[in-house]
Design a protein around this ligand. Structure first.
Ligand SMILES: Cc1cc2nc3c(=O)[nH]c(=O)nc-3n(C[C@H](O)[C@H](O)[C@H](O)COP(=O)(O)OP(=O)(O)OC[C@H]3O[C@@H](n4cnc5c(N)ncnc54)[C@H](O)[C@@H]3O)c2cc1C
Length: 387
């Protein structure tokens, strides 16, 4: 069997890993000119982590992880106003760069990746699917997989424009990595965040004097600015803390996007199937997207072993959907905690954090913060369909 996977991200690479071990001939195309490193810090756990363990990747992930036990909210002078120490039961969460997770999978994938390449046209005739790639190259395969993220090109070509599927969550997000010894030392290896109504900036010190920066901005208009770095400087430039030093130095590869979820009635059409954020994006507010992408790739590969493509694609969707709906709801509930919209909400958050430091209150607090989140973090990949 032959598969073409569009998008060499976490979902696409994980599927390639599994399909090639099941004897498929796999080829990948990736829009970026080269392998995408760095990115932003993610928390990785739950069903996706279990898939990584089954793939034998856990040791490498632990080498690449960062210690994350504490989150501090700071004011414009960099002084702590509130915060949270992760209870021991949550320390199984692996915090690492998105690029390091993808690289860990990519190192074990043999399928060739054609960079600076995308899908230009798709034609299905029931027997197979013919895909036209950048530059007019053609591939005829048994299965085309759109693992090309929330703004999926494959989805647009086969299912229609993204406004039918992408739900905007009222925020813009930006992230980047800077190299700066002083800022690295100032922030240290604990997550620091500064929030004012509608704006959140976060920083975490990485190895090699680097610093991961994250920005969230409440914005009614989903359209992206022409100059994202200038927009960040306009909105965050007066907030103090490390921002006056960091903002003039935003790198050219600054990540900037809308915060979205993707909801679709069907994840496949004929011999074309969507995977990961392309069909099930839960948003950064849910902090589960990478985990869900790997779990979905594992389930899709598992179902494809059965041989009947139509049955496999239907079963894959059936098994993933209930958990995705749950995680998406969790993400929407978390918006006000991560990016509070008013001073009152910031005060409520700070007091809740203070109360959570009382003995025994941590678990109660986490369930209050993300009802059901505690269970989702522990859900095994085989239990996904159970909801
Ligand atoms: C700031 C931020 C923080 C996050 N934090 C967490 C977290 O804590 N925990 C967590 O689990 N998840 C987190 N996520 C979500 C997580 O990163 C995603 O859900 C996950 O990366 C989805 O994997 P994917 O492979 O489906 O998509 P992606 O990782 O987006 O990969 C898609 C790939 O397709 C490529 N591509 C795009 N368009 C095309 C095209 N037209 N042709 C070819 N290739 C294309 C892209 O270059 C990319 O390599 C976070 C996301 C953000 C933005």
């Amino acid at each position: 069997m032959r598969a073409l996977i569009c998008g060499a991200g976490i979902a696409g690479l994980t599927l390639a890993w599994h399909l090639e071990r099941a004897g498929w001939h796999v080829e990948m195309v990736e829009r970026a000119p080269e392998f995408r490193t760095g990115g932003y810090m993610i928390d990785f756990y739950g069903a996706g982590y279990e898939v990584a363990e089954r793939m034998g990747l856990a040791a490498r992930l632990h080498e690449r992880r960062y210690p994350f036990t504490e989150l501090d909210y700071v004011n414009r002078d960099g002084l702590r106003t509130s915060g949270f120490v992760l209870p021991p039961s949550f320390r199984e969460v692996v915090s690492l760069l998105r690029g390091d997770l993808a690289r860990t999978v990519a190192e074990e994938v043999r399928a060739p990746v054609r960079y600076a390449c995308t899908v230009e046209a798709v034609h299905q005739d029931g027997q197979d699917v013919t895909v036209t790639l950048t530059g007019g190259l053609r591939r005829t395969v048994d299965l085309l997989v759109g693992a090309d993220g929330a703004h999926s090109r494959v989805r647009e070509l086969v299912f229609g424009p993204e406004d039918g599927y992408v739900r905007y969550l009222g925020h813009h997000v930006a992230a980047c990595i800077l190299t700066d010894r002083e800022l690295n030392a100032q922030v240290g290896q604990r997550y620091q965040m500064l929030t004012v109504p509608g704006l959140m900036a976060g920083a975490y010190a990485l190895r090699q004097d680097r610093l991961a920066l994250l920005f969230l901005r409440r914005e009614a208009d989903p359209s992206l600015p022409a100059d994202p770095a200038a927009t960040l400087r306009d909105h965050f430039g007066e907030l103090g803390w490390i921002l006056p030093a960091a903002l003039p130095r935003l790198p050219a590869d600054l990540y900037y996007d809308q915060v979205t979820q993707v909801r679709m009635e069907s994840w496949s059409r004929g011999r074309v199937v969507l995977l990961g954020d392309a069909c099930q994006a839960v948003s950064l507010f849910a902090a589960h997207g990478a985990s869900m992408a790997m779990a979905a790739a594992w389930i899709l590969a598992d179902e494809l072993r059965g041989g009947d493509l139509a049955v496999a694609l239907a079963r894959y969707e059936e098994r993933m959907r209930p958990t995705i709906a749950e995680v998406q709801e969790l993400g929407r509930r978390f918006i006000e905690w991560m990016a509070p919209s008013s001073r009152l909400r910031i005060t409520v958050r700070d007091w809740t954090f203070r109360l959570a430091t009382l003995p025994g209150a941590d678990r109660l607090f986490l369930n209050f913060l993300t009802p059901g989140g505690h269970n989702l973090i522990r859900r095994r990949v085989d239990q996904l369909a159970g909801g």
